[in-house]
Design a protein around this ligand. Structure first.
Ligand SMILES: Cc1cc2nc3c(=O)[nH]c(=O)nc-3n(C[C@H](O)[C@H](O)[C@H](O)COP(=O)(O)O)c2cc1C
Length: 160
């Protein structure tokens, strides 16, 4: 696939931080997400199998999808380029989190919005686990989101 016909770069996707914890381990990674259904609030994420995030989602049956804000580009790259199995990324990048009662001390401050999800369905496909989560709790912090498009990160502007 060349840059001219790489359809996967054409579809704009919201950037999320997938926040997970199980027993004494926690992790956070950058991913993209898409909604599946509004009637029953379902979203889907695709996580490479074997990532610590994948292991913690499978073990706990839940995750947070925190929508990155437009000014969190640096954090998105930091959390998208190293494994939490080697080093706790919250400590490494000095991430302050929303109060425990909001997100179990897992949701970074400054995000656009967050969704707490329980795993509704999980399917391994070609090296990825496609996880559909049911949103059981959510909060909107009213900041414009960060978008992945054409191999780069973007902020939103109102359409004219
Ligand atoms: C903008 C962006 C989007 C990404 N989207 C995904 C994704 O949807 N699925 C995935 O498995 N990895 C994605 N990654 C890569 C992971 O964030 C990266 O492999 C991460 O280090 C995995 O963390 P972990 O090993 O601690 O779970 C993305 C990275 C960036 C920068």
């Amino acid at each position: 696939m060349t840059p001219a016909n790489n359809v996967f770069q054409w579809l704009p996707c919201p950037v999320v931080f997938i926040c997970t914890a199980h027993e004494n381990q926690r992790d956070i990674m950058t991913a993209t997400a898409m909604f599946v259904s509004e009637t029953e609030p379902l979203i889907t994420v695709s996580v490479a199998t074997g990532h610590l995030t994948d292991q913690l989602i499978s073990a706990s049956g839940r995750f947070y999808a925190a929508i990155a804000a437009g000014d969190q580009k640096k954090l998105a790259f930091q959390l998208g380029s190293g494994s939490g199995a080697k080093e706790d990324k919250y400590t490494r990048f000095s991430i302050n989190t929303l109060p425990a009662e909001t997100g179990d001390n897992l949701i970074p401050e400054g995000v656009s919005a967050w969704m707490k999800c329980t795993v509704k369905q999980s399917e391994a496909i070609k090296g990825y686990r496609v996880v559909t989560g049911r949103v059981v709790q959510s909060g909107d912090l009213d900041r414009p989101p960060l978008i992945w498009h054409r191999d780069a990160l973007w902020q939103l502007l109102p359409a004219k």
